[in-house]
Design a binder for this molecule. Structure first.
Ligand SMILES: NC(=O)c1ccc[n+]([C@@H]2O[C@H](COP(=O)([O-])OP(=O)(O)OC[C@H]3O[C@@H](n4cnc5c(N)ncnc54)[C@H](O)[C@@H]3O)[C@@H](O)[C@H]2O)c1
Length: 247
């Protein structure tokens, strides 16, 4: 077990990619704090973690609110005494072409995806610095690298996450904290299920490996980045997209 007795905090862990990461961590021996704005979903995932024989806590956290993030972090520290792994996964889309993109949709996406990642990074930095160890993983997107028509808010938030990753990596490297980003391509989840069929077919035709990604594909890279096998990697963005974007 590569994460035996580690303590992880995953945001947006109630469904989709965050849920898969949570369960993969638990299978590898970690206790997981399941944070989501949707408490009902978080509780269901908590029960699944417990069935795997690990401790868990479900916490209702809106990552856009620093006070809620800080309160949740303190509760996790009270219960588990440490936080070894943070996954900033909570994210939303509100797509529209720039001319039709409202100020509120711009703000909402930047607030959850980018400010939310900053809020949790800030709150979890303190205990990790004290421990002199930690692994932070930020879920970005290939859209933050290549851009996408109709997703100015999302692309900017994910590019921001990549820059946040590099900066946090530089600030915390001397404290033995690794900070990396994962940039998924087109992964089959509720977020992509809602896309129109013609857009999905077009995206599929651009994937050299010929299939959509699975949540497991993303959980696998997170396992590696959370484990000691990645101790000499920091500030990087790992693209997991079936070959859509090649540097
Ligand atoms: N699905 C894809 O193809 C894909 C591709 C690239 C990147 N991503 C990224 O992966 C992450 C997870 O995506 P997903 O497809 O699993 O999405 P999803 O919509 O299935 O799950 C997102 C979760 O985040 C939670 N959440 C939303 N707002 C929140 C908030 N303010 N505070 C706390 N939790 C909140 C939701 O309740 C939900 O449980 C996101 O950051 C997304 O941008 C997804």
């Amino acid at each position: 077990m590569i994460l035996k007795d580690k303590v992880a905090l995953v945001t947006g862990a109630g469904q989709g990619i965050g849920k898969e990461i949570t369960l993969a961590f638990a299978r590898e021996g970690a206790d997981v704090a399941v944070c989501d704005v949707n408490l009902e979903q978080a509780n269901l995932v908590k029960q699944e973690v417990e069935k795997l024989g690990r401790n868990s806590e479900a916490l209702q956290v809106d990552v856009t609110k620093y006070a809620q993030v800080e309160e949740a972090t303190n509760k996790i520290l009270d219960k588990f005494k440490r936080i070894d792994i943070l996954v900033n996964n909570a994210g939303i889309t509100k797509d529209n072409l720039i001319l039709r993109l409202s100020e509120s949709d711009w703000d909402a996406v930047i607030s959850v995806n980018l400010k939310g990642s900053f809020n949790v990074t800030k709150a979890v930095s303190r205990p990790m610095i004290k421990q002199r160890s930690g692994k932070m993983i930020n879920i970005a997107s290939i859209i933050g690298i290549i851009g996408n028509a109709g997703q100015a808010n999302y692309a900017a938030s994910k590019a921001g996450i990549i820059a946040l990753t590099k900066t946090t990596a530089k600030e915390l490297a001397s404290r033995n904290i690794n900070v990396n980003a994962v940039a998924p391509g087109f992964i089959q989840t509720a977020m992509t299920d809602k896309l129109p069929e013609d857009i999905k077919a077009k995206m599929l035709s651009n994937i050299p490996l010929g299939r959509l990604g699975t949540t497991r594909d993303i959980a696998n890279i997170c396992l590696f980045l959370a484990s000691e096998d990645s101790n000499y990697i920091t500030g990087q963005t790992i693209v997991v997209d079936g070959g859509m974007v090649m540097a």
